[in-house]
Ligand binder design. Sequence first.
Ligand SMILES: Nc1nc2c(c(=O)[nH]1)N[C@H]1C(S)=C(S)[C@@H](COP(=O)(O)O)O[C@H]1N2
Ligand SMILES: [Mo]
Length: 326
Amino acid sequence: MPKKIYRGIPEREVTDEKTYLARRILLKSLGLGALGYFTSNLLANSEGLGKKDWMAEKFRLINKSDVSDLFNPTPFKYVTSYNNFYEFGSDKSDPKKYAKNFITDPWSVAVKGECNKPGTFDLEDIIKPHQLEERIYRFRCVEAWSMVVPWVGFPLADFIKRFEPRSSAKYLRFETLYDPDQMPGQRTPFSAIQYPYVEGLRIDEAVNELAFLAVGLYGKLMPNQNGAPLRLVIPWKYGFKSIKSIVKVEFVRRQPETTWVNSNPREYGFYSNVNPEVDHPRWSQATERRLPSTIFSPNIRPTQIYNGYGPQVAHLYRGMNLKNFF
Ligand SMILES: Nc1nc2c(c(=O)[nH]1)N[C@H]1C(S)=C(S)[C@@H](COP(=O)(O)O)O[C@H]1N2
Ligand SMILES: [Mo]
């Protein structure tokens, strides 16, 4: 396969933290957050935003982020057709097929629990106060495939601040929409998981600079199959932590029960930090398949601890036994 060029810079692998940091510095000094390469694409696609005029306006001003990677993003086609979104079926091709008519406008998000400013907010009120930025992140599923996605969104920390969490707020609990009429996966009696889908973070994880709320990708409004209109992106954890189509955010005192831990606590943990040394009981996590991955070109690479984001997040887990807190 021909090597692809990213703005004239050949793709190189990041193999250790030092290289990663060096690359970040390079990125900063070149002023290459990322956005430039598809700005025209972005404007051309703004009419696809439908009746959300305020959103189209937001999408005209996307900052490049200095925490982006210089990786080649996985082609749009793969990012939007190879999905996990069990509410729309458990095959990778199901979400694209069955989320086509998913209604995400109007949308509201309830913010509750241990904070001074709880309430239920229209999507517009959730997003409007934030400057959108693009972040290119590696994304690693627990099933051992990975992608590189140029997300559009804003830091979760900035969102959290607005609601003035109290000191009793030790964790954050997120919930996906429950709407069996729209979500066929929620109607099947054979689903591997229970609904609504629930995820959670420790509060210090949630305010880490990398934790991100995404409203789009590739400069476009979030495709339904990727978790429209609002989803979490936690790049140092396995993909299932990055909950889609969020309708509720709750500040809570105790570690919340979460969907995949409930479904099988031996196989899925609350932390789910990407770790090559802690295998899934049924498969190794030592390597991953970077999409596009085919039989002829499987594109296998070594898994990196914290998905390569150790410099930003390893301190959160200092002193913890990662084999016990997986
Ligand atoms: N509500 C909800 N969120 C979800 C899931 C899901 O099934 N339902 N799947 C998770 C898993 S396992 C992964 S790998 C990612 C996939 O995100 P993507 O389809 O945008 O790549 O979403 C996560 N968020
Ligand atoms: Mo996943």
